[in-house]
Design a protein around this ligand. Structure first.
Ligand SMILES: [Cu+2]
Length: 367
């Protein structure tokens, strides 16, 4: 039997193999599916505080009347940072794959990975493995002492060119769509928050709310553990933003290139000095989401974590007030509370990893 005949015969079997492979990859798809649903249902441990914040989420106006001692305390002081029971986005030991996603774009990205890419990769890999095994078993020297001299087969060549092209086209459509969605501009009236990367901490400014800037440093390990938060991820001042609404996040660097990245929010954007990068951030539900600087930026690159705290709108407004900021069309406070600005360590001579101070070349100094 010639190779061509065998190939033709097996071509009829190929769809069958493809069907079997599709079936074997189905359980994985169904395994991948429940994750978002589970995410939606999953709620943090129902403590008094969590119940109250959930209430506020449902009816912001009722926030002041919310029952429970915690809420009354929060109402009196205006704003209380979320407790550790609200931690949602963080790495877990021994985990495989992506963190749970808490943004729409994260769901879309996870779908692309779990439902489009993984099954295709699995099917292609198994098909190639099966063909390889078939050749090894059927066409070895013992079972096939006189090898076929076939050198061309138009049909099979057309097929093995066209099928990969089709597979790539099928992948390209959701892939390019996802890419475009990731860079969708926020609506005009979206809240603007400006993130600045410094060596080695983050600054969060609120230009729409009086322009104050909050400096965020990593907590020492003992302090983080005392608060029930993961060490090397917990910070003293989190980036507080409203949940359930689009946020225009503008990101820049003050000294070197940093990168603002939060895996559970499907968010990563470089912080480049002299450049304002912008992306829309949308967090579906209140919670605490951890990230890290993701661009090697110097000696303490590993010690400038990111903690995003998404809260209901009413809580967010209380936060802005607690920082001396303004809301809506309010006039800026007569004497805006000077941000407790921290000098970058890179401007301190002899600091670990400090290069030339970025502020050294002020205009006029070179004369
Ligand atoms: Cu950095």
């Amino acid at each position: 039997m010639k190779f061509g005949d065998i190939a033709r015969k097996w071509l009829h079997v190929l769809p069958l193999i493809a069907a079997v492979l599709a079936l074997t990859s189905l359980p994985q798809v169904s395994l991948a599916q429940p994750a978002p649903a589970e995410t939606a249902v999953q709620a943090p441990a129902a403590s008094a505080q969590s119940v109250n914040v959930a209430d506020q989420n449902a009816a912001p106006a009722a926030a002041a009347e919310a029952s429970g001692p915690t809420a009354q305390g929060a109402a009196a002081s205006g704003y209380t940072p979320l407790g550790p029971e609200w931690i949602k986005g963080q790495p877990t030991p021994g985990a495989l794959g992506f963190q749970k996603q808490y943004s729409n774009i994260g769901d879309e990205g996870l779908f692309m990975h779990d439902v489009v890419l993984l099954p295709v990769i699995t099917a292609v890999t198994l098909l190639v493995l099966a063909l390889l095994l078939w050749v090894i078993v059927r066409y070895n020297r013992r079972r096939n002492p006189v090898p076929s001299k076939t050198s061309h087969n138009t049909l099979i060549e057309v097929i093995w060119t066209a099928v990969p092209v089709l597979i790539l086209v099928v992948i390209a459509i959701p892939s390019i769509t996802l890419l475009a969605h990731q860079y969708q501009s926020p609506p005009k009236d979206a809240l603007t928050v400006k993130v600045t990367g410094y060596q080695w901490y983050w600054g969060y400014a609120y230009p729409d709310n009086g322009g104050f800037e909050v400096i965020s440093n990593m907590l020492p390990e003992e302090e983080a553990l005392k608060r029930g938060e993961p060490s090397h991820l917990a910070v003293d001042n989190r980036l507080v933003v409203p949940a359930g609404e689009p946020i225009r996040l503008q990101v820049t660097g003050a000294d070197v290139i940093h990168s603002f990245a939060v895996p559970s929010l499907w968010f990563k954007i470089d912080a480049v000095p002299g450049r304002l990068n912008e992306r829309m951030l949308f967090i579906k539900e209140p919670g605490i989401y951890y990230g890290q600087c993701s661009e090697l930026c110097g000696a303490r690159h590993g010690y400038m974590p990111i903690a995003v705290e998404a809260v209901p709108r009413a809580q967010f407004e209380a936060y802005i007030r607690s920082q001396g900021g303004t809301l809506g069309g309010e006039e800026a406070a007569p004497a805006p509370a000077a941000a407790p600005l921290q000098a970058p360590e890179s401007s301190v001579e002899g600091a670990p990893g400090a290069g030339a101070a970025p502020t050294a070349a002020a205009p006029g100094t070179e004369a």
